[in-house]
Design a protein around this ligand. Structure first.
Ligand code: 0WE
Length: 256
């Protein structure tokens, strides 16, 4: 039996084949969901078309800058017209200006703070609000977070503060949307070598650190995040909402 047969989903945040969003989209598609994808900017359009094109002709591929209310409105208008309803939404979008991830947090500019929170946290609220009217038979929203939301990870800086906002937003959205049978959860992933991680100084050392210190003595695999993303939107998670689920080989439980 296909876990997601008859379900419609939308995925924000595929950049290329290594994206966590792509791993979760593949799991949702394999379970029978019909999907829409959005991409940010012409640069990523071709990548998403090439990947998502393999899912067949009824896959929607739409442009969306999540900081633009009109683009969000256009996406959900099209999804409503073409799908008629929505059950699943993945938010795997984050950005902070590069210099804010390099220096000290104390030097974060007002503009870098604003951008990081707009792209990485407020966007979940905007997308949830736009998606809710289409989630007629209930729904499930999943957002991606990281440990830097709850503990200091050097250089993660303003992204950690934005992820803390994303996690708190998840709880408030879960409260508001619960009566509509819409669940909202976060997956807090261990580090994965994606485009978002590329060029981050010391990222390979961070992977080694997790391997050495996580109880499972390894790093999380994208397909494992896919499997957790599938679990969270399935009936197996029907009573789970407002949670942050760590998928990090156990790293988060350690005190030393
Ligand atoms: O959430 C993230 C990264 C998100 C991200 C990445 C970039 C790189 C390019 C947000 N904004 C930008 N801006 C850019 O200009 N992660 C969980 C991956 C990550 O990023 C780190 C990490 C980890 C882990 C940055 C510093 C330290 C650790």
């Amino acid at each position: 039996m296909s876990l997601l047969a008859g379900k419609m989903g939308i995925v924000f945040g595929v950049a290329n084949k290594r994206s966590i969003a792509w791993a979760i989209a593949q799991a949702w598609h394999s379970a029978g969901a019909k999907l829409a994808f959005t991409y940010q900017g012409q640069r990523l359009k071709e990548n998403v078309e090439e990947l998502a094109g393999a899912f067949g002709p009824d896959t929607l591929i739409l442009p969306c800058d999540v900081t633009k209310d009109d683009e969000i409105a256009a996406v959900f208008k099209t999804v409503g017209d073409k799908f008629g309803k929505l059950n699943l939404l993945l938010h795997a979008v984050a950005f902070a200006p590069k210099d804010a991830l390099e220096g000290e947090f104390v030097n974060t500019s007002r503009e870098a703070f604003r951008i990081a929170h707009d792209v990485s946290a407020y966007s979940l609220v905007a997308l949830a609000r736009a998606a809710a009217p289409l989630m007629l038979d209930g729904g499930s929203i999943v957002a991606m977070s990281y440990y830097g939301a709850e503990k200091v990870v050097p250089h993660y800086n303003v992204m950690g503060v934005a992820k803390a906002s994303l996690e708190a937003s998840t709880r408030y959205l879960a409260y508001d949307l619960g009566p509509k049978k819409i669940r909202v959860n976060c997956i807090s992933a261990g580090p994965v070598n994606t485009l978002a991680a590329r060029g981050i100084g010391g990222f390979n050392e961070m992977l080694k650190h997790y391997e050495a210190h996580a109880p499972l003595k390894r790093n999380v695999l994208p397909e494992e995040l896919g499997a957790t993303g599938l679990f969270l939107v399935s009936d197996g998670a029907a009573a789970i909402t407002g949670q942050v689920l760590y998928v990090d080989c156990g790293y988060q439980i350690m005190g030393m």
